[in-house]
Design a protein around this ligand. Structure first.
Ligand code: HEM
Length: 145
């Protein structure tokens, strides 16, 4: 159970990063070059929203089935003083939940805007900040190593 969820979360992360880089990059480039907002932009933004929400659900399940969760009872308050435990149990989940909230807010705000420029600007800002947050708290050493 744990291994399966961990694998799923680990591979799904490639998809999340790929579509988020695509969505943020696309919105930034189109925004700066003053291009029109098209149905393709809408589809990329929506697909990124869906893919990241699925990762959120997988992550929530993983949090409780992971043996790392036992560190809460083993270390207690010591979790905050241990960089690795803090990364997995506090920083990674919290920062990624904030990142996914930003994607959600950006997506719904962009839909309500009326002009191409306003839509692309909202997407560019919210999706890019989410990307930076996400990259900042990935456990790179265990993921790539
Ligand atoms: C878009 C958001 C997210 C991305 C891209 C992401 C990505 C990753 C990656 C690449 C790993 C390392 C996997 C490995 O070692 O093979 C990981 C581990 C982990 N993630 Fe996420 N994650 C996200 C959101 C979340 C959320 C929201 C939670 C919890 C609420 C979460 C909980 C965990 C836990 C507990 C681990 C460590 C599991 C273990 O090693 O036992 N993740 N995540």
């Amino acid at each position: 159970m744990y291994e399966t969820i961990l694998n799923l979360h680990s591979y799904w992360a490639y998809l999340v990063l790929f579509v988020l880089i695509l969505a943020a990059g696309n919105a930034l480039v189109k925004s700066f070059s003053g291009k029109e907002y098209s149905p393709k932009d809408f589809r990329i933004a929506l697909f990124t929203l869906i893919v990241s929400h699925i990762q959120l659900l997988i992550g929530l399940v993983l949090y409780f089935v992971s043996p790392r969760f036992d560190l809460w009872s083993e270390l207690g308050g010591g979790v905050m003083g241990n960089a690795i435990a803090r990364l997995y149990l506090v920083e990674h989940p919290l920062v990624n939940i904030i990142a996914i909230a930003l994607i959600t807010i950006g997506y719904s705000k962009h839909k309500k805007k009326l002009t191409s420029q306003a839509k692309l600007k909202v997407l560019a800002i919210f999706y890019s900040i989410a990307l930076v947050l996400l990259l900042s708290r990935i456990p790179w050493s265990t993921w790539m190593g």
